[in-house]
Design a protein around this ligand. Structure first.
Ligand SMILES: C[S@@+](CC[C@H](N)C(=O)[O-])C[C@H]1O[C@@H](n2cnc3c(N)ncnc32)[C@H](O)[C@@H]1O
Length: 294
């Protein structure tokens, strides 16, 4: 498996483009993270936070927008040296202190503790697009908690495994056999597997190729999470009042999206981003857990 930091070093120079409001309609990749950031800003505003720490902050585009839109104190860190280098330039260009962004690997427990001691605690801690790349969920949430004041807000993004219930492909097969039927005997599972191989497009999804000169997203550790299981991890780390926020809506399952007019498809995707109902758990490929530290 390729190194996570190599992938993000490669995508650092163009990373800001997904946050450019003028590119919402023209970006080839659906700018899901743009809509995620809007939702995060709304949550932080509703909770009237005055300081935010971001773990895995990339080249600082999101945290700069948070600082400017909400007029709050911010600090952040990231694993990728190239993200940090460009992020510091980005902060400086925006009239902010480049030292607000530091290089920290969340897997390096001593480095995380040292960073938490150095910067103190915040009203909110966010980690968007980062837990997919880390093995130990309990440690990840513990690390987030270190930067958070009691009563503070955690916003933890994850890739939503439940979306596989709407994709009718290899991911659906894996979810049914490995998770849903986890406690069912092998003879039943074998029968289901044979049947699913007929019903589902098990040859899909294809590998995504975002970066030609760096490892693609599918070549690095990029885990999905079951929202219920991840919520249990968050609760066990001393959080309460949990809720889910969903984004990256799919108006059709991805394998038939290519047959629909791309502008109409995107228009429908964007409209759905306002849906705050239960549907997001199945129509969205990503979600966030929002919780309060006890
Ligand atoms: C999908 S990007 C998200 C960036 C940003 N949070 C955003 O909302 O756009 C994931 C980021 O997490 C960082 N990352 C991945 N593994 C990490 C780790 N072990 N420690 C710290 N950062 C990590 C990557 O370098 C990358 O910049």
């Amino acid at each position: 498996m390729a190194q996570v930091s190599d992938h993000y070093d490669g995508s650092a120079p163009s990373y800001h483009e997904q946050y450019d409001p003028e590119k919402i309609w023209t970006n080839e990749e659906y700018p899901a993270n743009y809509f995620r950031l809007n939702k995060v800003i709304r949550i932080l505003k509703d909770r009237e936070v005055s300081s935010v720490y971001e773990l895995g902050a990339a080249e600082a585009s999101p945290i700069i927008r948070i600082a400017k839109d909400l007029n709050v104190d911010v600090r952040a860190s990231d694993l990728s040296p190239e993200m940090v280098r460009l992020g510091r330039e980005n902060l400086e260009r925006n009239g902010m202190d480049p030292e607000l962004l530091t290089q920290v690997d969340i897997n390096d427990r001593d480095a995380v503790r040292a960073e938490a001691d150095r910067v103190g605690q915040f009203d909110a801690v966010i980690a968007l697009g980062v837990i997919p790349h880390v093995e130990d969920d309990a440690w990840f949430v513990e690390a987030m908690s270190m930067f958070l004041k009691p009563g503070g807000t955690l916003i933890l993004q994850f890739r939503n495994s439940m979306f596989a219930m709407f994709t009718f492909n290899r991911l659906t097969k894996e979810l049914i056999l490995d998770d849903l039927l986890a406690n069912v005997g092998p003879e039943f599972k074998d029968a289901v597997e044979k049947d699913l191989d007929q019903r589902l497009a098990v040859d899909k999804p294809p590998k995504r190729e975002w970066d030609k000169d760096a490892p693609a997203y599918d070549e690095i550790l990029a885990r999905f999470h079951n929202p219920f299981e991840l919520a249990d991890v968050v609760k066990a780390q001393g959080f309460e009042d949990l809720s889910f926020g969903w984004y990256n809506f799919h108006p059709t399952y991805p394998m038939i999206a290519g047959g629909i007019d791309p502008t109409e498809y995107r228009r429908q995707q964007i409209e759905l981003e306002d849906d705050e109902s239960w549907r997001g758990m199945f129509l969205c490929s990503a979600g966030m857990i929002i919780a309060t530290k006890k």
